[in-house]
Design a protein around this ligand. Structure first.
Ligand code: ZN
Length: 80
């Protein structure tokens, strides 16, 4: 998965976000226009899935979600 598009999240497939850069000059006039690509906030992380550790590139929102779900699992384990 990761070799096809390196700058993508392995979980949700988030990559570039396209946007318009419109700098303003004097009196709010447009002086230039450019298309900008915003990269996703990717982090490479070692994940332990069924005993085997793999390396995955994840975006920060996926990491946050994983952290939250792990906390939920830990809480349910502690309750038992
Ligand atoms: Zn993601």
């Amino acid at each position: 998965m990761s070799f096809a598009m390196s700058k993508m999240c392995d979980l949700c497939g988030k990559g570039y976000q396209k946007g318009n850069l419109v700098p303003r000059g004097i009196g709010n006039r447009v002086t230039n226009r450019a298309i900008i690509k915003k990269k996703a906030n990717l982090r490479s992380k070692r994940l332990n899935i069924d005993g085997t550790s793999i390396r995955a590139k994840l975006c920060s929102s996926c990491l946050k979600r994983l952290k939250f779900e792990q906390r939920k699992i830990d809480a349910s384990k502690a309750a038992e």
